[in-house]
Design a protein around this ligand. Structure first.
Ligand code: ADP
Length: 736
């Protein structure tokens, strides 16, 4: 029995990941669906042609269907096409080829989740093996597989057919006990819903069973007759003929020859009728046989073409997959590049912003620092100007009224003014050093003279406290060395004045000793030693900090608390360090080493000549707008036995200098209208080359360069020690 299935709707397509392919895929799915429908139609037509005996047409249609099914790469349609082809071959007893094509059909069906299809193809294979008597056992195996798929698809009619086929095959092999089991299982279904064919088979098989197994002849005959009746009433001639055949065998087996003869006659009649019906088909057989061979060849060609196409498809699939992977990799790379770029940009932006902020902060800091410096410098200037007046006037009073030398209030006034001046100077210096603006200067100088000067200028402090004050200098130290004399003197003055302040009725000694001469440098060890109150060990570190004063008693030793802080920074400038050795009530020794270079010139030419100048009466022009300062400066000059001429402005000064001749001009810088620089410049332009010394409350460093450019010869900072001013004047005159 050959079976055909109605074609099923095609499967839903897989969803592809790559978006760009989706569109193409959608169009393909549509056209594919149509093509599949067409192929299904062809297979159905082939089935119809087969049923109506048009085998040639059936074969033609199913081979065409196969070609198109291959193109579609549709296993379902391929399996169906092969199944249809195999059916025609089987019909023409080409059992081997039928098996070959059914096997191919089964191969393609196996990959599908389609139980009815697998059921049918297995059943068809079982038929070939059984009915062609190629291998009945194998036939049973295929029937059992078919039964398995029929059960899976829950098709009771197919289950019954499979079981009837299994029973039939077992009976053929004489294994009645095995076969009957399957037959009994069909009883229920066949009685209720069985088709005439299955009812006929069922009764016929029961007849056989009773003939051969139970030997119940009566029962056997009853079943045969029942089967024949069903066959005849339903015109199932082929089946009826086979029952007659079995019935004849039964009668012969039980030696009822006469009855057998009459039944055989009926059978022969039927057989000849069947034979005559089959004749035309038989006659065509040879012609069809030739065509079948041709078809077989064509099919082989189709298959090999398909094989090649499949290979191509597989290759192109591999290429597609590789391309896909490459594309994905590239996409990831591009994405990563993009991310990195974004990250870098962000980082750059952040860095730029941070830089800008830093730059802005730096500018603000610089501005602030400049403002601070400017502020301190202005404040110092503004303080120094009136201080010049206070100190100068105090000196004048004491000078003119000798009876007031020991006046307490006057001395307090002088002390306070000096203290204020010290403070201003210290703060200014500290500020400059913190700004790192201070650099060492190098000039030739005499260390011997320097120590002498220090001793002279601090002698009054020593006397105040009843101290002996000594300076000891190593004769090994050359007469002149090269270095920053001013900074060294600042260090020594600070240390020595402290020693003198914190010692009563004791002894203070400054020592300079040559340590070594190395790399063309004199390394000189300095010590400032006293036997005063000493410094507690715990305080020895602190005293170098700013504004630190230990156990300061009201009205006690004076000072700003900046002295040692300045000393420490100055010594740093010399690339050296200071050490302290002190014990309370025993005394203190500060020690440090400074390297000086060899002097460039060995003898000091100025000193003796300068001294010669003392005593000569000079004409001095003082250019000063401040009345108090005019008065102070005038007094200083006249007290030293010189003549003073005053000019209150730049213009007045120029006029005076043009009319009269002066030995020296003392020029204030900060004047309303024409300032000291411009006045000097004008004088120089007018051919007046009288030495000009600028008197300023500014820091010397701040004005030196501008002063030199204007033609000013030297600068002295107010308030000043009168002796210093005169020394400067003599120096200028000597140069002149
Ligand atoms: P000041 O202006 O107070 O002298 P310094 O910085 O020079 O400030 O000194 C800080 C403090 O160190 C002083 O106030 C004092 O207590 C202590 N000191 C400095 N030198 C000596 C010394 N030679 N003997 C005792 N104490 C000293």
């Amino acid at each position: 029995m050959l079976l055909y299935l109605h074609a099923l709707k095609p499967n839903v397509k897989k969803i592809f990941l790559i978006i760009s392919l989706l569109f193409v895929q959608a169009i393909m799915a549509q056209s594919e669906a149509k093509e599949k429908e067409a192929v299904e139609k062809i297979i159905n037509n082939a089935a119809h042609a087969f049923r109506t005996g048009e085998y040639e047409k059936s074969l033609d249609l199913s081979s065409k269907a196969l070609v198109r099914a291959f193109k579609l790469d549709d296993d379902f349609l391929i399996a169906h096409s092969y199944n249809a082809i195999a059916a025609v071959y089987y019909e023409f007893s080409e059992s081997k080829r039928a098996i070959e094509f059914y096997t191919k059909a089964l191969h393609y069906a196996e990959s599908l989740d389609n139980n009815p299809l697998k059921d049918f193809i297995n059943s068809n294979l079982g038929n070939v093996y059984y009915y062609s008597k190629i291998d009945v056992g194998k036939g049973i195996e295929f029937y059992k597989k078919s039964l398995y798929y029929a059960v899976k698809s829950n098709d009771s009619s197919q289950i019954a057919y499979a079981k009837l086929n299994i029973t039939s095959a077992y009976f053929y092999l004489g294994q009645f006990k095995k076969g009957i089991v399957y037959l009994y299982e069909t009883k229920n279904f066949i009685e209720r819903k069985g088709q005439p064919e299955s009812k006929l088979s069922y009764n016929g098989l029961l007849g056989l069973y009773n003939t051969h197994e139970t030997k119940n002849t009566k029962a056997a005959e009853l079943y045969y007759r029942k089967a024949i009746a069903i066959g005849e009433s339903n015109n199932l001639n082929t089946f009826t003929a086979s029952v007659y055949d079995n019935y004849v065998d039964h009668l012969v087996k039980y030696k009822r020859f006469r009855e057998a003869d009459s039944v055989r006659r009926i059978y022969k009649k039927l057989h000849s009728k069947l034979y005559s019906e089959a004749m035309p088909g038989d006659l065509d057989d040879t012609a069809i046989q030739i065509e079948l061979d041709e078809y077989k060849n064509q099919l082989e060609k189709i298959e090999s073409t398909n094989e090649r196409q499949q290979k191509k498809i597989r290759d192109s699939r591999t290429i597609s997959i590789l391309f896909g992977i490459l594309l994905l990799f590239l996409l990831i790379m591009v994405y990563m590049l993009y991310k990195t770029n974004v990250f870098r940009k962000k980082l750059n932006a952040e860095l730029t912003k941070a830089n800008e902020e830093l730059q802005a902060a730096k500018e603000v800091a610089e501005q602030n620092s400049q403002l601070k410096t400017q502020f301190i410098s202005t404040v110092s200037h503004e303080l120094r100007t009136p201080l010049y007046g206070v100190i100068g006037i105090t000196d004048m009073i004491i000078d003119e009224h000798k009876e007031l030398v020991n006046n307490e209030q006057l001395n307090s006034l002088k002390f306070s003014a000096n203290y204020l001046l010290d403070l201003v100077n210290d703060i200014l210096q500290m500020n400059k050093m913190e700004d790192k603006r201070t650099v060492l200067e190098k000039t030739d100088f005499s260390l011997h003279d320097e120590l002498l000067t220090i001793r002279n200028s601090l002698q009054f402090l020593a006397d105040n406290n009843g101290n002996a004050f000594n300076t000891i200098i190593d004769p090994e130290i050359p007469k002149r060395v090269n270095g920053d004399e001013l900074r060294l003197s600042q260090i020594l003055v600070n240390l020595a004045s402290n020693a003198l302040k914190f010692t009563r009725n004791g002894e203070v000694t400054i020592t300079a000793k040559l340590n070594k001469f190395m790399n063309n440098k004199y390394f000189i060890d300095f010590t400032v030693q006293d036997n005063g109150i000493g410094i507690a060990e715990a305080d020895q570190e602190k005293i170098f900090d700013k504004f630190v004063q230990i156990e300061r008693k009201e009205g006690d030793y004076q000072g700003t608390g900046l002295g040692l802080a300045i000393v420490k920074r100055l010594i740093d400038l010399f690339d050296s360090s200071i050490s302290i050795d002190s014990a309370e009530n025993t005394g203190t020794t500060f020690a440090f080493t400074i390297a000086f270079e060899k002097a460039q010139y060995d003898n000091d030419i100025s000193t003796p000549d300068v001294m010669e100048m003392v005593g000569k009466e000079l004409d001095i022009l003082v250019v000063e707008d401040n009345k108090i300062n005019q008065m102070v400066t005038k007094k200083i000059i006249e007290r030293h036995g010189h003549r003073c001429r005053l000019a209150a402005s730049g213009n007045e000064a120029i006029e005076a200098a043009q009319k009269e001749s002066f030995d020296i001009i003392l020029m204030d810088i900060n004047m309303p209208g024409m300032n000291g620089y411009d006045t000097t410049k004008s004088m120089r332009e007018l051919g007046i080359y009288t030495p000009v010394i600028a008197l300023t409350a500014y820091d010397k460093k701040e004005v030196t360069e501008q002063a030199a450019n204007a033609g000013i010869n030297d600068v002295i900072v107010k308030p000043f020690e009168p002796s210093l001013l005169f020394e400067m004047m003599y120096r200028q005159l000597q140069v002149k």
